[in-house]
Design a protein around this ligand. Structure first.
Ligand code: SF4
Ligand code: SF4
Length: 480
């Protein structure tokens, strides 16, 4: 896309607009096409930490979908049955607030960590980083080092180039397919999914979602890479509001590094009037987003610390102290002391603790049965043969536990209230639900109003710890 935008030229002598402004509109490109980044491989402490964290996360993602615990999948979102199995617990739509609370905890956790250490989430754990890392690793194995890849891309087509490029894309597609299958496997039992896909018995949506996630993984990690972080991820845009002068982020130390300049290892930098940066450009070549950390804090920086490893290796070779690029704070760079604990870390930390506490208490005190009562809207009330008033209800019992249970129903709140129907124990399967019609009779002498409160209670027969109760209304005649 291009557009004619009149650009003001500044007269270098006066700092004001020059006469040329009147005549010459200049064409400015509003769209810059992506420049392919050839990332140089690097080894070092932070790369090793990244490697182990990425492997652990990938391992959990691909493994957990196969693991069962006590006969139940470890993690499974059973949408048709509206059940969510998470680490041995089963959750239902009525537990939705727990899911919301967990998402809030994740958000506050992210804010808290970002306030302390910047974008460590992006650099070490974000799925986009994890999968891009794997795809880049595969690329390096097949096409070779950075220089070889640049040469290969510039070379005319040849059998070697076609074979290497095809092998890379096939490998990427296989990883993407495994990712798509695994993701759908969290919603559609993985063993059934694979069998149904192989025999073409799977639901059409299963094919669609596997295809969608395969393509999304292939495009995001293979082709778009840093573009996702730069243009699609909202977190990159608003994370800077959580930064302050005490946030520890990957930074270049200009006091130590400048003035930069190349020199021989044996040269005396003080004599040359140079800082520690030898201007080798290695920190830029290893950067997955293609930025130069020496230009200061930039929103493109995902905090991966690869430039730290690269620069430390250069410092080792030059026999200079490590840490020209390091995790540090703006205050420390300016020679001031940094504070770890400050109002915003206290604020996020306190909210985080509060939410975690609330979720733990809710899960620990969660009753594994839920009772819902619906009054029969077809009739207000009936008189029975002995002149007592009858109301009809439907009780919905959700057994939220992993075992089948029998329940006893009781009514309370009106002295003479008695169950005419619904006296027998009600059996409900594990994680099942059942609707039970119930008729209650009441002596009209006990009714002081048209509406009288009544309470239904269910109790498990096998344990005293499992019970639930729900209030409803008993409707009777207008009192005389
Ligand atoms: S790697 Fe270090 S020495 Fe080399 S250009 Fe970057 S900051 Fe300077
Ligand atoms: S500048 Fe680049 S290499 Fe350095 S931490 Fe940021 S994203 Fe990583």
């Amino acid at each position: 896309m291009s557009s004619q935008i009149p650009v003001k030229e500044i007269d270098p002598n006066t700092d004001g607009p020059s006469d040329n402004n009147k005549k010459k509109p200049e064409t400015v490109e509003l769209y810059a096409s992506r420049k392919k980044i050839y990332v140089r491989a690097v080894t070092g402490l932070f790369q090793r930490i990244r490697f182990f964290s990425l492997m652990a996360l990938m391992g959990m993602y691909f493994l957990f979908v196969w693991v069962t615990f006590d006969g139940q999948p470890l993690i499974h979102f059973d949408l048709p049955a509206r059940e969510f199995h998470l680490f041995g617990g089963t959750f239902y739509p009525q537990d939705f607030f727990l899911l919301a609370a967990m998402l809030i905890i994740c958000a506050f956790g992210l804010f808290f960590i970002t306030t302390l250490f910047g974008r460590v989430w992006c650099g070490y754990t974000c799925p986009q980083t994890v999968w891009t890392f794997i795809f880049m690793w595969v690329e390096e194995r097949i096409e070779g080092s950075r220089n070889k890849r640049i040469k290969l891309d510039k070379a005319p087509n040849s059998p070697d180039k076609v074979i290497r490029k095809s092998a890379k894309h096939i490998a990427w597609l296989l990883i993407a397919l495994a990712t798509g299958l695994t993701f759908v496997g969290y919603f559609y039992p993985i063993r059934d999914l694979l069998a149904d896909l192989a025999t073409l018995d799977a639901n059409g949506w299963a094919y669609f979602w596997v295809g969608f996630f395969t393509l999304a993984t292939y495009m995001n990690a293979g082709w778009m890479r840093e573009q996702v972080c730069l243009y699609m991820c909202p977190y990159a845009r608003f994370q800077s509001v959580m930064f302050d002068r005490n946030t520890r982020v990957v930074s270049y130390d200009p006091n130590r590094g400048e003035p930069r300049g190349s020199r021989k290892k044996s040269a005396d930098r003080e004599e040359l009037g140079l800082g520690d940066c030898i201007d080798c450009g290695l920190c830029v070549q290893v950067c997955p987003t293609g930025i130069d950390i020496r230009d200061g804090l930039q929103y493109e920086c995902i905090g991966c610390a690869l430039c730290i490893d690269a620069c430390d290796s250069v410092m080792d070779k030059m026999e200079y102290p490590r840490g020209l690029i390091r995790y540090t704070t703006e205050n420390e760079l300016e020679g001031r002391t940094s504070k770890l604990l400050r109002p915003r870390t206290f604020g996020y930390g306190a909210l985080l603790m509060l939410m975690i506490g609330a979720v733990v208490v809710t899960i620990v005190t969660r009753v594994p049965v839920d009772l819902d009562v619906i009054r029969d809207r077809g009739s207000m009330f009936n008189y029975n043969g002995r002149g007592w008033v009858e109301n009809t209800y439907t009780l919905k019992i959700n057994n939220l536990s992993e075992v089948s249970r029998e329940y006893r129903i009781e009514v309370d709140g009106i002295e003479s209230a008695r169950l005419l129907r619904g006296n027998d124990p009600i059996s409900v399967d594990a994680s099942g639900h059942r609707s039970v019609p119930v008729v209650v009779e009441v002596d009209p002498e006990d009714l002081e109003d048209i509406n009288t409160g009544i309470t239904f209670r269910i109790e498990a027969l096998d344990t005293i710890d499992v019970s639930d109760e729900t209030d409803s209304q008993f409707i009777g005649p207008r009192p005389r």
